[in-house]
Design a protein around this ligand. Structure first.
Ligand SMILES: Cc1cc2nc3c(=O)[nH]c(=O)nc-3n(C[C@H](O)[C@H](O)[C@H](O)COP(=O)(O)OP(=O)(O)OC[C@H]3O[C@@H](n4cnc5c(N)ncnc54)[C@H](O)[C@@H]3O)c2cc1C
Length: 214
């Protein structure tokens, strides 16, 4: 990452971490951006102008979009939060490869798969549950359901080695019961603001399986 940052800065990029964009106004062909810089908990207003503005704020993209003057509400897709919990598996990894189960029809995620983190720890997950708020607490009671899902491809799993680990929340643009939706990239052809690009629903690609008949 340091090397990427070095290359970017060498080519004219200014990297501004700990900076929250508060509002954006499009006027006479340029974006007037108001932000707050957080230097060791001391907050400072920072305003700048640019000709192109990309809203790639992930789960906050809809919120940021609502603070871009000129973007009408009808062009901001509704955000649905879909939480995924991970469980770690203690001890040496039982696998030499990543394991992905065969996706189920219109499943909200990729299924409870097995990966290895950079410390070599095996982890299983994430599951997919729609939630109403950003709460990253792990629901330990899911353990049994996760265990049963893993058992389908790892019959020898030892339940006592499964431990709640961490969670993430996907910014979905399809709600519960709706068919899976792809991500959306909005340019001026959609919202009418020249130079503005907005990314919504960026999450792992999902497979929307249709029944096939051979
Ligand atoms: C449970 C779970 C499992 C996943 N598994 C996988 C996987 O196996 N493989 C895979 O490829 N992907 C996976 N993903 C998806 C992956 O994490 C996302 O696709 C990716 O992080 C999206 O990148 P992004 O840059 O669009 O958004 P983010 O990584 O969310 O980055 C958005 C950034 O914008 C910043 N921001 C927000 N608002 C503002 C503001 N107002 N001003 C300034 N900055 C702001 C945020 O602080 C953040 O740094 C998973 C996601 C989840 C939740």
């Amino acid at each position: 990452m340091q090397s990427l940052l070095f290359q970017a800065e060498k080519n004219g990029v200014s990297f501004s971490p700990f900076t929250e964009i508060k509002s954006v106004e499009f006027n006479l062909g340029s974006f007037k951006v108001s932000s707050i810089l957080n230097h060791d908990n001391s907050l400072e207003d920072y305003k700048f102008e640019c000709n192109q503005f990309v809203n790639c704020a992930g789960i906050d993209a809809q919120q940021l979009s609502s603070h871009i003057k000129g973007v009408s509400k009808e062009h901001i897709p509704r955000l649905y939060l879909c939480k995924g919990d991970y469980f770690t598996y203690s001890g040496p990894s039982p696998f030499e490869h990543l394991i992905y189960p065969i996706p189920e029809a219109n499943h909200m995620g990729l299924g409870i798969h097995s990966t290895v983190d950079i410390g070599g720890q095996t982890r299983f997950g994430p599951d997919a549950t729609y939630v109403e708020e950003l709460n990253y607490n792990i629901d330990a009671s899911k353990g049994q359901r996760i265990f049963q899902a893993i058992q389908k491809y790892f019959p020898g799993i030892d339940n006592s080695k499964l431990h709640p680990a961490y969670a993430g929340i996907r910014p979905k643009i399809a709600g519960p019961g709706e068919p899976a939706a792809d991500f959306q990239i909005h340019g001026a052809d959609i919202h009418g603001v020249s130079g503005l690009v907005q990314l919504f629903g960026i999450e792992p690609s999902r497979i929307n399986i249709q029944p096939r008949h051979w």
